[in-house]
Write a protein that binds this ligand. Structure first.
Ligand code: ADP
Ligand code: ADP
Length: 237
């Protein structure tokens, strides 16, 4: 469970990105965060893994006080939280499977990275993750030869290799065409449903949010202006 209590976030330059956020997200929810550019969606998501530390209030994840975490504890905490970006953040010149394997062995000794050595078990596990998102056939292809949608699915497989409890996705379909965006949203939905992983997704396509997510949170100027089930939004619009 993710719990925000009266959380605010002021960036060092004085911009207030979040104001008095009260929010509870239960394990296994699929939540869309919607709002205009600059509303605070990305900041909200990135406070959860402390990429952007909160400046006021309290934020707990499964009763862990996120503000208190640092060093090794913070790294261990972040292993349970997958992060997906609009720009995929993959190693483009490496093979797909290498990208997944690198996430699988978090504190990879440098020599293993250099010679690209992984055990058969690790390789099989990585292949299983690629199979879960339907791109097993691309395992030995270089990332830069894949389409945007395929790259986002590799990013998802890489995140799954961490066995996360939570996935944070910051505009994961913003740079994809509508058909591919649907495919990727379907992947998120299936992963959420089959594994009870909480998924928080920033998205500006309201229709996609309504179709795939269970709960919609609307933010404007750093404040929550809507929070409810997606079927309820449907009736109101
Ligand atoms: P969204 O994801 O909804 O587009 P953001 O969370 O990125 O919104 O931004 C919210 C506000 O905080 C904006 O005014 C933005 O300019 C500001 N902001 C975001 N990141 C930073 C940062 N690292 N330093 C200063 N201001 C930031
Ligand atoms: P993304 O889509 O990956 O979130 P952005 O363009 O929103 O990329 O932001 C890129 C980086 O710049 C982020 O680290 C964000 O926190 C930071 N940033 C965004 N807005 C501002 C701002 N107004 N001042 C300073 N840094 C900002």
């Amino acid at each position: 469970m993710i719990e925000f209590k009266n959380v605010s976030k002021v960036y060092p330059n004085g911009v207030t990105a979040l104001k008095n956020i009260d929010l509870t997200i239960n394990q296994g929810e699929f939540v869309a965060i919607i709002g205009l550019s600059g509303a605070g969606k990305s900041t909200l998501i990135r406070t959860i893994n402390k990429m952007h530390p909160i400046t006021d209030g309290s934020l707990t994840v499964n009763d862990i006080d996120v503000s208190q975490l640092k060093g090794k504890e913070l790294r261990r905490f972040r292993r349970d939280i997958g992060m997906i970006f609009q720009s995929f953040n993959l190693v483009n010149r490496a093979k797909v499977i290498t990208n997944v394997l690198n996430a699988l062995v978090p504190d990879l000794p440098a020599w293993r990275n250099l010679i690209g050595y992984f055990t058969k078990e690790e390789e099989i596990f990585a292949l299983e993750q690629l199979d879960r998102v339907g791109i097993l056939d691309k395992a030995y292809t270089r990332v830069d030869q894949l389409s945007g949608g395929q790259q986002q699915r590799v990013a998802l497989a890489r995140t799954l290799a961490q066995s996360p409890k939570i996935i944070l996705a910051d505009e994961p379909v913003a740079s994809l065409d509508p058909v591919t965006a649907n495919v990727v949203m379907n992947d998120f939905k299936r992963i959420n449903r089959d594994n009870n992983i909480s998924v928080l997704i920033n998205i500006h396509h309201v229709e996609l949010a309504l179709e795939f997510c269970d709960r919609i949170i609307g933010i404007r100027d750093g404040e929550i202006v809507f929070d409810g089930p997606s079927d309820k939004v449907d009736q109101e619009t």
